[in-house]
Design a protein around this ligand. Structure first.
Ligand SMILES: Cc1cc2nc3c(=O)[nH]c(=O)nc-3n(C[C@H](O)[C@H](O)[C@H](O)COP(=O)(O)O)c2cc1C
Length: 373
């Protein structure tokens, strides 16, 4: 059997195979509370070795998009409990991606119309988020100018992350994935092209990594390091992230520091399909050498390229995003060499059941054709 389809011990969490469903925002949550359809959507995809949920905000302040779920209220925890129960009943494992967007936000999403927070008081240029426009209608809106977090503010956001991590355990998740990628809050500190602070959270590499590593430690202390994963996007360019002088060294140093922390995994997000920014291949090898724990790689993979990554030891787990939307039984299709249903970007975000919970598994679709024919 192909190694990709074999079981894997992820620092104590046993996965049925090495195929990970990558986190994907679906923007279908009313009032930020996961509902029965959310539960059905994830249950349908429980054949993944590990599901990572859509980004879920740790606080109102962490919100950048309407109709995304949270993990900071009792109602949200209860909604997620039904999701984790469903996935576990199908024999799957599920982590929640916990998210603070930082400056990728708008005053209409913030409590009392406050300015969003970031490492800096500079907005991300040329970007939008999804809030309420001037006439109160939901839609893409230009980003509001953020305020730079004070040291007390950084401590408070770290506490919000810890509370979200504990809430995630109460919701029955097998672990959490910290969203450290795609130009959101942690990257706004790590990226020297963005972070121009002059205190101990900016400037030197050690300072730029401080918030991320302190937050990782605080969450690991709260729920156990083996339940904490983190997603990173080295060389990522989403949301006004730019190249900077010691870019390679920044990510490789972080890889070493994360190895010391004995986490569930590190998940690299290749943004080639999102904004044409691929992680250089030779860098991935270097990262693999620098990071000794479980490494996940996601972005534009096929079964073939995923098998290459896993067989060669470059990655331990292979992440698939869009193929999982249109193929709830993706792993079974890999196992049987069944063809994949193409995904439809028009139904990625928002809308109803179509493109969300109505994709059939392969057997059903074949049976339907037989019946129809
Ligand atoms: C509809 C959609 C929503 C996404 N939402 C998230 C998200 O919430 N968090 C995240 O880290 N990445 C998100 N991504 C990126 C995916 O996790 C993945 O890295 C990307 O789709 C590339 O993998 P693929 O080529 O297998 O789709 C999203 C991608 C898509 C297509």
């Amino acid at each position: 059997m192909s190694k990709l389809l074999q079981s894997y011990d992820m620092n104590g969490t046993l996965l049925a195979n090495r195929v990970l469903m990558a986190p994907m925002t679906r923007s279908r949550t009313q009032d930020t509370v996961p509902d029965a359809k959310t539960a059905l959507y994830y249950r349908q995809r429980a054949g993944a070795g590990l599901i990572v949920t859509e980004g879920s905000q740790i606080s109102i302040e962490g919100t950048g998009y309407l109709f995304t779920p949270g993990i900071h209220t009792p109602e949200q925890i209860k909604g997620w409990q039904a999701v984790t129960k469903g996935v576990h009943e199908e024999g799957g494992k599920i982590f929640i991606q916990i998210w603070h967007v930082g400056r990728i936000s708008h005053v209409s999403l913030q409590e009392n119309g406050a300015a969003p927070i970031s490492s800096v008081d500079e907005p991300a240029h040329g970007c939008t988020c999804f809030g309420y426009d001037e006439s109160g209608q939901p839609g893409p809106v230009p980003l509001s100018t953020p305020r730079a977090l004070t040291k007390d503010g950084i401590a408070r956001v770290t506490t919000d992350f810890v509370t979200a991590a504990k809430n995630s355990m109460e919701a029955g998740f097998d672990g959490i994935e910290i969203h450290g990628a795609n130009g959101y809050l942690f990257e706004q500190f790590i990226n020297a092209g963005c972070n121009n602070r002059t205190d101990e959270y900016g400037g030197s590499l050690e300072n730029r990594l401080r918030f991320t590593l302190d937050a990782v430690d605080a969450m690991a202390d709260a729920i156990g390091s083996s339940k904490v994963g983190i997603r990173l996007a080295p060389y990522g360019r989403l949301h006004d992230m730019h190249s900077f002088d010691d870019e390679e060294n920044t990510w490789l140093t972080l890889a070493g520091k994360l190895t010391e922390r004995d986490l569930a995994y590190v998940h690299l997000s290749d943004q080639e399909s999102l904004c044409n920014a691929a992680i250089p291949k030779d860098f991935i090898r270097k990262f693999r050498n620098a990071y000794k724990g479980t490494l996940v790689i996601a972005g534009s993979l096929t079964q073939e390229t995923a098998e290459e990554l896993v067989n060669s030891g470059v990655a331990d787990l292979a992440g698939f995003g869009r193929p999982f939307i249109s193929n709830p039984d993706l792993v079974e299709r890999f196992r049987n060499n069944w063809p994949l249903t193409p995904f439809d970007p028009a139904t990625f975000y928002g809308g109803g059941d179509e493109g969300y919970i109505d994709y059939p598994v392969y057997r059903e679709s074949v049976d339907d054709e037989v019946r129809a024919g």
